[in-house]
Ligand binder design. Structure first.
Ligand SMILES: Nc1ncnc2c1ncn2[C@@H]1O[C@H](COP(=O)(O)OP(=O)(O)O)[C@@H](O)[C@H]1O
Ligand SMILES: [Mg+2]
Length: 377
């Protein structure tokens, strides 16, 4: 075989083996856990659910199965929050996950849909520009013009497809959508049907259909949920992590998962640095130091757990590629600065003040103070 033919052959092989997605869906990433749960799950399942409510909650919260399979916790927080969310999906009310940014609303919604329906992709992303088509249905205009309105010319939205299949639909950032688009969900949720007047038909929801929406606390007042729509939802508030230790645990676990999916070598003993990032974020968020002694000003950004996760993931990449593999203050300093100082005019002052009054005086934080000073300029 000549060189060129070898090259050609290996190229064909590459095309044949489907490239791995950068971020597989939850039902793919955790297919093994979902299968193991289904195998031991002998509790009653609501119609078309892949798992019983108990098994769905176990999938989210983690646990060990009788056969020794370990289910990793996806959501770290109050068990009751997850139980109420799962129980809601088994009723005729839809689920609204509410909370400040970065409290895992999207994450929980994806995993719930994956565990209940085996499909987390029936998703509508809410924005100011979301049109009614995205929630109801649209048309394939070429066919519509050629053949007139017909079932074949209709393009169902993810919500409509979920209704037809008895699956879980997801609506992200519900309150960012214009009020009239939100309201097109009222008939879907109250009558469990989607009329298609152009065809004189309707799509009725098959048993097993339900909907999970997420919304930000901070967006309240932007496009407030109408009271008619709010009544169709059971609202579950996802809280910020209660204690610093809990938050350190969440960050450490997620950074490890994200790192391994990116092929990053794990940083040796990053816990101390994670603890400092979390401490800084919590103190700035709460407006007071952990010991309750010193008041500090809060910057304009949210400084959520999700942001702590991305600061530490970025730091881990720096440590792995440009350092000695140990996560140090210098690896997270720039990330922290970027997360804290969103508005250079006001947040810059807040950050300097925090650095000089709190970080500088803290025992064992000298390396951290120096690293932050260096990037702050
Ligand atoms: N309590 C928690 N348990 C597990 N992961 C969490 C928790 N809080 C935040 N996260 C992580 O934060 C990241 C961002 O969460 P996301 O769902 O996008 O937040 P939201 O939609 O509330 O703004 C996710 O990777 C998620 O794993
Ligand atoms: Mg979200």
């Amino acid at each position: 075989m000549t060189d060129s033919r070898t090259a050609e052959a290996s190229e064909t092989a590459e095309v044949a083996a489907a490239p791995q997605a950068l971020r597989p869906h939850a039902e793919e990433s955790f297919a093994g856990e979902l299968r193991a749960l289904a195998a031991v799950d002998d509790r009653p399942r609501p119609e078309r659910w892949r798992l019983s409510p108990w098994a769905v909650a176990t999938y989210l919260l983690g646990g060990e199965l009788p056969d020794g399979t370990v289910i990793t916790p996806k959501y770290i927080g109050p068990r009751r929050v997850v139980e109420v969310a799962v129980a809601t999906l088994a009723t005729d009310r839809a689920l609204l996950l509410l909370g400040v940014p970065g409290t895992a609303k999207t994450w929980v919604s994806e995993h719930l849909a994956a565990a209940v329906s085996g499909d987390s992709t029936l998703l509508v992303q809410g924005t100011a520009g979301t049109a009614e088509d995205a929630v109801r249905y649209g048309w394939n205009y070429a066919r519509l013009l050629a053949e007139g309105p017909s079932r074949d010319a209709l393009v169902p939205s993810p919500v409509m497809r979920a209704m037809a299949r008895g699956a879980t639909a997801r609506v992200e950032e519900l309150t960012r959508m214009p009020a009239e688009v939100q309201d097109s969900l009222i008939t879907v949720l109250s009558e469990k049907t989607l009329p298609v007047p152009e065809l004189g038909e309707e799509q009725q929801a098959v048993r097993g259909f339900n909907l999970i929406a997420t919304a930000n606390d901070r967006d309240r007042g932007v496009n407030d949920l109408s009271s008619a729509l709010r009544r169709r939802f059971n609202t579950v508030v996802l809280p910020l992590p209660g204690t610093a230790e809990e938050e350190v645990g969440i960050v450490a676990r997620r950074v490890e998962q994200i790192g391994s999916s990116l092929g990053l070598p794990p940083a040796a003993d990053g816990t101390d640095e994670i603890r400092r990032v979390v401490t800084v974020f919590r103190e700035l968020r709460d407006g007071v130091t952990g010991d309750g002694r010193t008041k500090v000003k809060s910057p304009s950004g949210t400084l959520s757990t999700a942001e702590a996760i991305s600061v530490v993931t970025g730091g881990t990449a720096l440590a792995a590629h440009f350092g000695d593999g140990v996560l140090r203050a210098g690896d997270v300093a720039a990330g922290i600065l970027g997360a804290v100082v969103r508005d250079p005019a006001t947040d810059g002052v807040v950050w300097k003040e925090y650095l000089e009054t709190v970080v500088r005086e803290r025992d064992g934080w000298q390396d951290f103070y120096r690293a932050c000073r260096e990037v702050s300029g």
